[in-house]
Design a binder for this molecule. Structure first.
Ligand code: AMP
Ligand code: MG
Length: 305
């Protein structure tokens, strides 16, 4: 956990236009004042992220979200009341105070209230909403510990608030509010959302115009990652992440059969395996069911060539 003086220093850095890495319940974020275009530009520079890929803005209350939106439909209100603080990003029309640079020129903005006490304290103390993508270089694995952030960004980030390993372990579900469309699956499932606002459509992965930044190649370890059944493992030295059937890998790794526990473990494990210079990391295709959609999506991107 962090001290009061660390929190104050971080809030001060944010107000000064600097970058601060901080924990959220999903992954670690690389935060900056969302209302300061120069601070926002520093995020893109530190990550090496293309300017066309919009950032998510983190808020500390539903009221703060409403102030950043040009309109706030009833469906957004209902979803926020039910799932915030939590791993659901709502894409709505943006208030002009949100810099165009933050949204890659789109007239919409992704908003979310994270369920992490350090993140919320930082937003409140800084007194501004925080633009924050994952705190890693572009296309790399997202960080789930402060150490991962240090390894990926080094001295590109001055301050890292260490809140220990993150709970959820994969990035938030992203929903365009009107018309409702699931842009990125995550631990809050399509069923959960549909139970509140009725049927939603799902973004075909090639609808890049609607959700820039959803690149096929993303969330990748350095080691080659393949999706494979136990009888399809590549030759050479590798690790096999399985839920049901162990394969003949040098390192068989039994993964949790529960999607939440699996997600929590996944990136930390991939970071660890990546340090071992294996020939490959193979992963058994995850089970059916919408609670696995987020994991399936990340593994598909992690294995894309
Ligand atoms: P990241 O910050 O890396 O977790 O990724 C955020 C992702 O959310 C982006 O890459 C987009 O795919 C999506 N996103 C954020 N803001 C918007 C927006 N205004 N419109 C559509 N998609 C968005
Ligand atoms: Mg990211």
């Amino acid at each position: 956990m962090i001290s009061r003086s660390e929190l104050l220093a971080a809030a001060e850095a944010i107000r000064a236009g600097e970058l601060v890495a901080f924990p959220t319940e999903t992954v670690y974020g690389l935060g900056a004042n969302a209302l300061d275009p120069e601070a926002v530009a520093r995020i893109y520079e530190a990550k090496g992220r293309p300017a066309s890929s919009p950032l998510i803005v983190h808020v500390a209350s539903v009221e703060q979200a409403r102030e950043l939106a040009a309109d706030w439909p009833d469906s957004a209100q209902k979803l926020a009341e039910l799932f915030w603080p939590g791993p659901l990003t709502l894409v709505v029309h943006k208030n002009p105070i949100i810099p165009d640079r933050l949204t890659g020129g789109l007239d919409t903005v992704g908003l979310r209230m994270p369920a992490n006490t350090i993140a919320l304290a930082l937003i409140r103390e800084a007194g501004v909403p925080l633009a924050a993508p994952s705190a890693n270089r572009f296309t790399e694995l997202s960080p789930t510990t402060a150490q991962h952030v240090r390894e990926s960004l080094g001295d590109r980030v001055a301050l890292i608030l260490d809140g220990g390993p993150t709970d959820v372990g994969i990035e938030s579900t992203v929903l365009a509010v009107s018309p409702p469309c699931l842009l990125r699956p995550g631990s809050i499932t399509r069923e959960q959302i549909e139970s509140v606002i009725g049927p939603i459509s799902v973004d075909a992965s090639d609808q890049i115009g609607r959700s820039p930044g959803q690149h096929a190649r993303h969330y990748q370890p350095r080691t080659r990652l393949v999706l494979a059944r136990a009888n399809e493992l590549p030759a050479g030295r590798g690790a096999y992440l399985f839920v049901s059937v162990p394969g003949k890998a040098a390192q068989p790794i039994h993964m949790p059969a529960d999607a939440r526990a699996y997600a929590q473990r996944l990136y930390a494990l991939l970071h660890e395996l990546d340090a071992q210079n294996l020939d490959w990391i193979a992963v058994e295709p995850p089970p059916e069911g919408s609670e696995w959609d987020g994991i399936r999506d990340r593994l598909r991107r992690a294995s894309a060539v």
